[in-house]
Design a protein around this ligand. Sequence first.
Ligand code: BMA
Length: 373
Amino acid sequence: MRHLLLFTLLVTMLFSCKQKEEATNKFLPVDKNATKETVGLYNRLFQLMDKGIMVGHQDDLAYGHSWYKEDGRSDVKDATGDYPAVIGWELGHVEIGAEFNLDSVYFQDMKRYIRETYDRGGITTASWHGDNIVTGNTAWDCAQDSVVRTILPNGVNHEKYLVWLDRVAGFFLDLKDKDGNLIPVVFRMYHEHTGAWFWWGSKQCTPAEYKQLWKMTVEYLRDKKNVHNLLYAYSPSETENEAAYLERYPGDEYVDIVGYDSYVNGKSAEDIQRYKEAMDRNLKIVTDYAAKANKIPVIGETGMESLPDSTYFTGIVYPLITQYKIAWVLFWRNAWEADKPNHYYMPFEGHSAANDLKEFTERPQIFMNECIK
Ligand code: BMA
C-alpha cells in the first residue's frame, strides 16, 4: 500500500501541471516603464512556455453557446471542469465611447471578468476591431486605401483618432486589482493585417503606413497616456515565410509577443490538410523568430467553426502545437447570438467534441487555469 502511495505521489509530481515559476525578471518588455506586474507577467510567460502550452478562449466568461451573462459560467469549464488559462476580450467600440462592445459585452462587465481572471492567476489578452474612422462603419469596412494615412500625424483624422486612443487608454487604466494595482494585459492590436479585410489590412495601407500606425499607437498609449500595464502582441493572419511575416513588423522595440491567426476553412479532408500545413508553417515562423528576437510566440486565434471533427483537439491541434514551444493557443468565441447558432469554436457540455477537449486539456503539456495558478 505504501509503495502504491509513493508511486502515485511520484507520478503526480512528474506529470503534474503545477510547477511553480521562479520569480526572476530577465526579460524586459518594450515599455521600459512597465509596471512590475507587467514585467512579472512577461517573465512568467517565458517560464510557463518552457513547461507547457496554455489554452485560451475568446470571451469565455461573458457568454457562450446559447447563454449570455451567467456569473461563473464558461462553456469550457462546463466541458472540462476548469477555466481556460488565457481569456481573450474584444475592445471594438470602446473607441467611440460605447457602453458595450460590438458583441454586446458591457465594458464594465469585461473589467470585472478581467479582475476575476487575474485573481484566479489567469492571463488576459485583448483584441480590437475598432471602427473605420472615415466612414463610421465597422473595422471590416475596407473599401478605401487611405484610412490609416488620415490617422497618422498630419492626417485629417489624427486628432480625432487620438481621442479614440484616449478611450482605449482609459479602459486599460481602469483595470485594477483589489489593492488598486493595474492588472497587466496583452494587447493584440491591428491583427490579421496581412489579410485585406480590415481598414488596416494589406491592401488598405502600405507596410510603412502600417508600421507608423503601430508605433504611433504604442508611443501614444505608453508615453502620452502613461499606460504601463500592456504587453504588445503582433498577430498577422497566416503567412508564407518569415519575410512575409516581417514585411509589416514594426520592429523588436515595439513588440513583446509574436503570433499569428489561422482557421480551418471548411471541413473536408483537403481543408484540414491545408490548415495543418498553414499551422505547421506559421508555428515554425513564429517560434523561429521568437527564439532569435527573444519574444513570446503564440497562436493569436485559431479554431474550427462548429467543430464538425470531434477529434479536432487531440487529433489535429495537439500533434501540431506540441512540436513547438509556444505560450498559448487561443480559440475563438462561442457566439451567444440567436442568429449565429453555428459560430462557436469550443465545445459546450454535450457537444460531440466535448470529451475530446477534456482529454486534450488533461494532457500534461496543456495548461488550463488551475495549472498556472
Ligand atoms: C469575428 C466574429 C464576429 C465578431 C468579431 C469580433 O470573428 O466572431 O461575430 O463580431 O469577430 O469579436
